[in-house]
Every structure is written in structure tokens, then in C-alpha cells.
Design a protein around this ligand. Sequence first.
Ligand SMILES: Nc1ncnc2c1ncn2[C@@H]1O[C@H](COP(=O)(O)OP(=O)(O)OP(=O)(O)O)[C@@H](O)[C@H]1O
Ligand SMILES: [Mg+2]
Length: 402
Amino acid sequence: MRVVFLSPRYPPEMRQFTRGLAEVGAEVLGVGDGHPEPELKRYLADYLEVPSIMNEEDVIGRVHNWLRGRTVDHILANWEPLVIVAARMRERFGLPGMSVDAVRGFRDKQLMKERVAAAGLRVPRSARVRSVKDVWSALEVTGYPAIIKPISGAGSADTYKVSSPKDMEKVLPYMQHVAEASCEEFIDGEEYTYDTVSIGGVPAYESVTRYFPNALEMRSNEWISPIMLSVRDLDQPHLRAGIELGRKVNAALGMGDGMSHMEWFRKPDGEVVFGEVACRPGGARVVDLMNYTSDIDLFREWARVSTTQTFGASRERKYNVGIIFKRAQGHGRISHMAGLTEYYQRYRPHIVEDTLFRPGTPRRDWKQTLLSDGYLVVRHPDWDEAKRMAFAAATDVQLYAS
Ligand SMILES: Nc1ncnc2c1ncn2[C@@H]1O[C@H](COP(=O)(O)OP(=O)(O)OP(=O)(O)O)[C@@H](O)[C@H]1O
Ligand SMILES: [Mg+2]
């Protein structure tokens, strides 16, 4: 089994997926920019360094030349900007896997909503906009409040909530560099994910994670310590409709083999509304959260599913797992921490990971990455207890920089 895997070294969790592929016995041919470090090289049978992994035409040409005379079984990518080019190469080389058209449904936020709506599922009212004129006519469809966001965005970049025409006037200058955007009805509700490892679009493993607060708020306010909490018990009435929605969305869009990551809302009246979906794993440590939830290795299971269409791990859910991202107060380097000793005294047995930046470490740009200045991961079989521990980490542990 020979597999081409795009960008095995970036983002960092791609190294884990590369390891997974090697561990299920695949010969991994990596393609990316930059050199793989020795630890990653152990899992790569070969590596093609390209000047820019984002230059689709160039990458396709180079891979084509590089593979000449070798047979390949799969071409895979788990990073959002590369899912289309992987599909283009599969089609070009006649390999199995999701088609370009199917992948576009997971990548283009307007197309995905149209396809999901056509399956009879609830999506926000929305329109594709390419000009200021489009925006004003779209707002007649969506009403206020509305959301404006790039068609192929990530990380809530260039995403704004607007509550009035005046608000929109203020936001428009910030959208000028975005060629295509989606204007949507704003959905007021709790935000969750629905994640899967799928075989032919059918979930072999499913997971739900709750955001505290909703993603846009965590991405817009530096003082917030964002929390993501995986739900151990998926059999709860308030989640049922969201999980059902997720299964139907994947079926409607033609999910294939691999991981999917959907976001959805639950309104106060119980209605569930589709947010967005991607045919790749969630970022911001979502895969680690699932692994800690069931004590399994989904990096490896993704590889198994992608190469042999089998799933080999336990589906038992043992814990609610919370990740709490911290952002220091002040600029520069971390100077000191407060509350961490007491936090350990209270919760030590339940803390499974601590990557909080220690004094001396330069701060990360919280706008660029949700990982911010590090995070804590805690877990507990009881939801309320897990939530309490996660919120305590948000409020009682503080980092300072100067
Ligand atoms: N129609 C909507 N109603 C309410 N909130 C929304 C809506 N669309 C987007 N949001 C908020 O903005 C966030 C970012 O939007 P979306 O998920 O579409 O973009 P993204 O940049 O791809 O996100 P990600 O951070 O997952 O990469 C959502 O998670 C949600 O909190
Ligand atoms: Mg999103």
C-alpha cells in the first residue's frame, strides 16, 4: 500500500497522521514545503519538497513527474487548504477517494449550504456575495443580525456579526481583500461540533464537542479562555437532533473515507441548525480530545480507514474531556502565573495535559492560533464535574506577560 500524503509536517498534528499511516503498514510518500525533521522522516519512505504547497498547478505537475513509474494507491490530505488539490490529483491519476465535486461541497460554504438545504436540512438563510452591492441585497434575505464570512474561511478570520446597516458599513472595509463571502442569518444558540471517522460516509466513530463560548466569541475576545468540552454520553436527548443532522449532512454531501468535522447550533427552542462542515479532522486539538475521550488513537484509525476501510478502535466513551486555552495578560514574554499550584492541588488526577507557557516563553499570537499561550486538558466521567474543572481553569488560572 503506497500513499501520497500532502503536507506531513504542517500543521503539527499532520506528523501524527503520518505516523498513523506508517503504523498501519502504508509506505508514505510525503509532499510539502520545508524539510521533514528526523523524527518525522522515520515514517516517510520518500519526500518531495515543493517551493509552495499552496500552488496547486505547480504541485500537481511536480508530483506527476516524481511519481512516474511508481504505482500509488491513495492521495490524502487532512489540512483544509489542500483537500481540493488532493482530489484533483486523485481524479487526474485515476485513484479512489472523494471527487473534486464532492470535496467542493465541503469547502465552499455557500455550495455546502445549498446542498445541505436541498436534502431538506435546516441551514441559515444565506447568499454568496462578491461585491458591496451583493452584500446589501443579501441582507434583505438574511435580515439582522447577520454574519459575513469568507466562502473558504478558517479560524473565524474575517468573520463578523453585524446588527444593523450601520454595523455593516463599518465592517465592509475589512472585507475588501476577500473575493467571495457568504452572508448569513445569525443563529443564536449553543455551538457544538459533530466529528466522525467515516467509511464510505458512514460513521465508524462519532463525537460531539461543546464550545464555551461560541467559536466567534472565543476568537474575538482576548480575555476569554476558550473551552472545548467533548461529551461522553452521546445518548442525551438534547444532542440527538444534532447527531442526526450530522449523519444526514455527511450523506447528502457524499462524505467518503476519512474524518469529518461539522459545527452546528442548538437554539433555545431546541431547533438545530447546520453551521459548516469539512472533510478533514477538526483542528485545535479536537482529535486529541476524542482520543482522550475513548483512550484510543484516531490518528492511526484515520490511516486505517483511509487505506483499508476498516476501523480498529473501541467506540466506548469513558470521559468528558475539556481543553482550556489560556491567553496571558500583557505583551512580550510570560512573566508569572497565578493559581496553577492550587489548581493542581484540587484536580491533579484529572489533568491529562499541561502545555501552559512557563515564565520566559514568548507569547503566541492568540489571533493566529487558538492554542494561544498553551492549554490544559482535563477529563472526568461526569459532565458537570468536567465542566466545573474546565471553568475553574478558565477563571482561576492566570498567565501574565511583560
Ligand atoms: N450563521 C451564523 N450564526 C451564528 N454564528 C455564526 C454563523 N456563522 C458563523 N458563526 C460563528 O462564526 C464562527 C466561524 O464561522 P465558520 O465556522 O463558518 O468559519 P471558519 O472560519 O471556517 O471556522 P473555523 O474556526 O472552524 O475554521 C462559527 O464557529 C460561529 O461561532
Ligand atoms: Mg468553523
